[in-house]
Design a protein around this ligand. Structure first.
Ligand SMILES: Cc1cc2nc3c(=O)[nH]c(=O)nc-3n(C[C@H](O)[C@H](O)[C@H](O)COP(=O)(O)OP(=O)(O)OC[C@H]3O[C@@H](n4cnc5c(N)ncnc54)[C@H](O)[C@@H]3O)c2cc1C
Length: 591
């Protein structure tokens, strides 16, 4: 059985020494001193280890079953869900007006990382609820908020997001689900949605489905789409539960991973629903939550990898195979532990350097969301909007790759279910697909985000990287960081320039390189994070920090990332500059 212990020490380092949260000037952050965040993180770490992690394998092996029209979750999920509710973990960053604790989104993300590492499938029940909560909070009427939010904040009622249909996932303009207006102001929603996470289950007495559907008069494509609140059980005026709505589960999808989360086909047969937000502006309403939702999926990408890495590290220290090439290190044993071998070190360093960079990147992104929401800071909004496809696409691709690296450390035992590494790989895979497949994230980045607001956000990012390098100019110890970062940033700028020059003439030239650009930018972002982390570690050592091993290890891990990962930027640039020809050379028949 795999184990998981939250890395609260590294989280504290990022929060207080890299982001310096209590001095960041973001409303609500003043209270985030070390003691406060330590108390919250330690409590969440305990829940992760004691309540969620022991159910991870149970969820995978038992899965969810559909019995007489009701989905049953795996054994122990109900008690764990109660524990999460009682502990207030579902309400951490929710609005106090509706029973939330009003903490920063950043802190919710730090806690969320632990919950996902411990049990990704279980955490999705509350994660989806949070997404639906945010949509109603942003777009609901006062009456809708009062009716639904308190119960969703406490997770007495959970939530879902219903976009996908059998014939349309990315291209939602082809949606067929219809909403017919009724005389009383409600709508009758009819259609089929597929792949709906947490679509039905036995953890809550009601499920508030948010459903995208076409109402009359909206025109073609996504313009005609509106968003509706469709409860599983109708809610009476006084807030009590009424009749069952015409919503049913067609089936549970059999899938590769996250077996503990029910992925459902949902049938809406003239179900009663209410418009959420403006008519025919459903896509806009859905996309208001996009930065948060996609950051949440990026976080899933590295959080599962974190759990996989922890187990791979323990295995590498324990498993005896072969002898170190430089001489025996375990003379009393029949062989040396795997960790003596350079190639195993390479793998562990790839994993560790990605994970710590990814954590810093995600926390920074979450702080930008807080800054944008709490201070109305347009620059922060523009920057996070640019970063969102990178956080989602790069971190989930690399997160999966990292999980597979961790599995590889186990050799054949990694492929055998008993060790749990196979589950991590299967669970991590979905994050590359849902919430917009990663190819579509790259398309969003190159096709929309680069040029957004005249390109000023990407220019601001380049300036930020330049300023970071300049700030450490006088410090020789920082050269391995700043030299590598400057080089990678130049390659990113050259790619953007190539898109501007060639993409105008031939859009295929830009889109043939979009995936490489997303990865190139991901590396530059992690390079920036490692530069900041290395500077913070040097500052701590200069100030006489007692935990020298931690800070020296941090600097060495960062140097590894700069030396071994950033060179990938040159390859991505070369691919981008090769343009559309190599990609589009074959006719369809030639494949
Ligand atoms: C386990 C699971 C849970 C899910 N949960 C939910 C949920 O809760 N709610 C919900 O609504 N949906 C959910 N989904 C659906 C998911 O979001 C979609 O599967 C995803 O958005 C992709 O849509 P699709 O499967 O129809 O693929 P398609 O849209 O058919 O895309 C297929 C491939 O083509 C690529 N592609 C498509 N268009 C373009 C283009 N213009 N240019 C370049 N490449 C393109 C995509 O990147 C993808 O790789 C879930 C899916 C799964 C498997």
């Amino acid at each position: 059985m795999p184990s998981y212990t939250a890395n609260t020490k590294d989280m504290q380092f990022v929060l207080h020494e890299v982001l310096k949260v209590s001095e960041a000037g973001i409303p609500g952050y003043e209270e985030m001193d070390r003691d406060f965040t330590e108390a919250v993180l330690d409590a969440a770490a305990k829940v992760s280890a004691e309540v969620l992690a022991p159910l991870n394998v149970v969820g995978d092996t038992e899965g969810c079953v559909l019995e007489n029209g009701i989905v049953r979750t795996p054994k122990g999920f109900d008690a764990a869900f109660e524990a999460m509710k009682d502990g207030g973990w579902t309400a951490l960053d929710c609005d106090p007006e509706f029973g939330g604790q009003g903490m920063p989104y950043l802190l919710n993300c730090a806690v969320g990382e632990m919950f996902v590492s411990a049990n990704m499938a279980f955490n999705m029940y509350q994660g989806l609820t949070h997404g639906a909560y945010s949509a109603i909070h942003a777009h609901g009427t006062d009456e809708q908020k009062a009716k639904y939010l308190p119960k969703m904040v406490s997770c007495e009622w959970t939530g879902t997001m219903n976009l996908t249909e059998p014939h349309c996932g990315t291209d939602l303009g082809m949606m067929r689900t219809k909403a017919e207006p009724q005389d009383d102001g409600s709508y009758k929603v009819t259609g089929q949605k597929i792949f709906i996470s947490a679509g039905d289950h036995d953890l809550a007495e009601n499920i508030i489905h948010l459903v995208l559907a076409k109402a009359p008069g909206g025109g073609e494509g996504t313009k005609g789409v509106s968003l509706f609140i469709v409860p599983k059980v109708l809610v009476n005026e006084d807030g009590s539960l009424g009749a069952r709505n015409a919503v049913s589960v067609g089936k549970i999808e059999e899938k590769m991973g996250i077996h503990g989360n029910s992925t459902c086909v949902m049938n809406y047969d003239g179900a009663t629903g209410w418009l959420l937000g403006d008519l025919h502006k459903g896509m806009r309403a859905m996309f208001t939550m996009m930065n948060e939702a996609r950051l949440g999926v990026g976080l899933q990408g590295y959080a599962v990898a974190e759990a996989a890495y922890q187990n791979a590290l323990a295995y590498a220290k324990d498993r005896l195979q072969g002898r170190a090439v430089t001489g025996v290190e375990n003379p009393n044993g029949p062989a040396d532990p795997l960790i003596v071998h350079p190639d195993i070190r390479r793998s562990l360093m790839d994993q560790k350097s990605f994970l710590e960079g990814a954590r810093a990147f995600t926390f920074w992104g979450a702080s930008l969301i807080d800054r944008a929401h709490k201070s109305g800071d347009d620059a922060a909004e523009g920057l996070i909007s640019l970063m969102t496809p990178v956080i989602k696409g790069f971190l989930t691709d690399k997160g999966f790759e990292t999980t597979v690296l961790a599995q590889q450390v186990y050799g054949g035992h990694g492929y055998i279910e008993e060790w749990g590494m196979s589950q991590f790989a299967r669970d991590a895979r979905i994050a590359m697909i849902y919430e917009g497949a990663n190819g579509v994230q790259a398309l969003d980045l190159v096709g929309r985000k680069l040029a957004q607001d005249g390109g000023k956000h990407v220019m601001a990012f380049f300036e930020m990287v330049k300023a970071e390098c300049k700030a450490h100019e006088a410090d020789e110890r920082m050269k391995p960081f700043t030299d590598a970062l400057k080089g990678a940033s130049k390659q990113l700028q050259a790619s953007a320039m190539f898109f501007m020059q060639s993409g105008m003439k031939n859009p295929n030239a830009a889109l043939s390189g979009s995936y490489d650009f997303m990865h190139l930018m991901g590396h530059v972002c992690l390079g920036l994070m490692w530069t900041r982390m290395a500077a913070a570690a040097h500052a701590a050592l200069d100030a006489g920090a007692s935990d020298k091993a931690f800070y020296e290890g941090k600097i060495a891990t960062g140097r590894y990332y700069m030396a071994r990962q950033l060179p990938a930027c040159a390859m991505h640039l070369a691919r981008i500059e090769s343009g559309a020809d190599p990609v589009m050379a074959l006719s369809v028949d030639q494949f």
